[in-house]
Design a protein around this ligand. Sequence first.
Ligand code: GLY
Length: 376
Amino acid sequence: MYWSRPLIETIAVDLPGREYEVRIGPGLLADAGTHIAPFLNRPKVTVITDSTVAAEHLEALGAGLSAQGIAMTALELPPGEATKSWAALEQCCSWLLDQEVERRDIVVALGGGVIGDLAGFAAAILRRGVRFVQMPTSLLAQVDSSVGGKTGINVGQGKNLIGAFHQPALVLADTEVLGTLAPRDFLAGYGEVVKYGLLGDAAFFDWLEEQGPALAAGDMSARIAAVRRSVEMKAEIVMRDETEQGDRALLNLGHTFCHALETATGYSDRLLHGEGVAIGCALAFELSARLGLCAQEDPSRVRAHLKAMGMKTDLRDIEGDLPSAEALLALMGQDKKVMDGKLHFVLARGIGQAFVTSDVSADTVLGLLDDALCDR
Ligand code: GLY
């Protein structure tokens, strides 16, 4: 029979003893039972999700599982970053124990980055570790947070400060669900996609410049290709450096600026994480150009693409007041990428050529931020 749907793409994350696949394509939610059944010791799964995602996708997942005779129970948490908390972690663990989840069972994380990080962390500590399947429903989660095993919660002292590396047993990235995202959320996730081109694959960035508009408009082949290349790049980096002793820090391109801006805007609707990453990437390239590391044209090209996509690009695109350059620099100093009191930046020698350095003077960063703020 002729199968008209695009094929499911598979990326292997070959971490010895913890290897898994990321499967990417449309229809994975409806086919979840087929994909998950081989991992089960008994035909039931527990699902952790949020109420927004549940309203859109939980029924479809339940149908996909029951088609293979798999029963499902689900815990629906409130949507939003506040759910990555001690209280929600306790709720997840208690609920999973009440569901009599055993070590050989599978917990499914159905949602964006918040749910993936929280459910993954609950799975990491429940009974000293149960297996879990990531079913990321946001573009950001599909290209970044569902792959690589970082799990955790936020605490008063900062974001993601309590957590564990716990690799999933399988990642199912259903590209059809991206069609249910609000355009702003989709574009925020696209900030992380652009990041991959900028950090390590100039040809991918060229391709995004061409295909980005079609991809945002809903072109499924372009969406699959973009998620596939992003996941492939992330998997390569995670396989080289699972616990971020070196190369994995490249994935933080744009993030030192982003975290300062997110803190300054109170992690609110004023700036979504992926929007901060996009602005942060533009600033990282501007900084690289000022330091003579890359051509002057490179930051202009980065900004031109972000603008063409209708994304936040500059500090002026953030509504409301921002603190002074000095205050933003101080916020960068609180980032967890500070080591031995030095700020670590991911800079670039060109598009696709990022590297990590601590060799940046505070004065240069201050000058950059001053100019960016004056432009507002
Ligand atoms: N999101 C960055 C990482 O997974 O290392």
